[in-house]
Write a protein that binds this ligand. Structure first.
Ligand code: FES
Ligand code: FES
Length: 158
C-alpha cells in the first residue's frame, strides 16, 4: 500500500506492507535509527516517538495508522543546530548513559511536558513508567525532566 505522512517536517510517500510497524518504517524505510526496538512487547519505550505531538510507542502503531499525520523522532528535535530544551536538560543533568533508551526517554519526556508543563517529581516518575532504563539511571532522568520544565517556565516569564 502507499502511505503518505510527514516525518520530521518532511512529507513522504512510500510503498509499504500494510502490516509494517511504524518503528520499522522509521528505521528501515526512512533510515532514522533513534527509535530503537528493545522488546517488541510494548514494555520498554525505546521506540517512543511523537505522533501529532503525543508520545507513542512506535512498535504498537502500524505505519498505516500514521497516514496523513505528523511523526517526530529524536533526529527531528534540534533546530538551527540547537538542541531541543529537553535534550539540553538531559545533557546538563546527566540524564543519559546509553543511546538505546535515551531517545525514547527524551520523546516520552517531551510528550509528558506537553500534557503537564508543571509536573511534580512523582508525576514525572509515573509519566516515564513505560520507559525502561536497565542501568537504573532514573534519578538523573527525572532531574532532567524537572529542569526542562523549570527552564520552559523561566523562558515564559523572562
Ligand atoms: S520496542 Fe516498543 S516498547 Fe519496547
Ligand atoms: S541509560 Fe540506557 S538503558 Fe540505562
Amino acid at each position: 500500500m502507499q502511505v503518505e505522512l510527514t516525518v520530521n517536517g518532511e512529507r513522504r510517500s512510500d510503498e509499504v506492507e500494510p502490516r509494517m510497524l511504524l518503528v520499522h518504517y522509521l528505521r528501515d524505510v526512512c533510515g532514522l535509527r533513534a527509535a530503537n526496538v528493545g522488546c517488541d512487547t510494548t514494555s520498554c519505550g525505546a521506540c517512543t516517538v511523537l505522533l501529532n505531538g503525543e508520545s507513542v510507542k512506535s512498535c504498537t502503531v502500524l505505519v498505516a495508522q500514521a497516514a496523513g499525520q505528523e511523526v517526530i523522532t529524536t533526529e527531528g528535535l534540534a533546530s538551527d543546530g540547537e538542541l531541543h530544551p529537553v535534550q539540553r536538560a538531559f545533557r546538563a543533568e546527566h540524564g543519559l548513559q546509553c543511546g538505546f533508551c535515551t531517545p525514547g526517554m527524551v520523546m516520552a519526556a517531551i510528550g509528558l511536558l506537553a500534557e503537564n508543563p508543571h509536573p511534580t517529581e512523582r508525576e514525572v516518575r509515573e509519566g516515564l513508567e513505560g520507559n525502561l532504563c536497565r542501568c537504573t539511571g532514573y534519578h538523573n532522568i527525572v532531574r532532567a525532566v524537572l529542569a526542562a520544565a523549570r527552564e520552559a517556565d523561566a523562558e515564559v516569564t523572562a
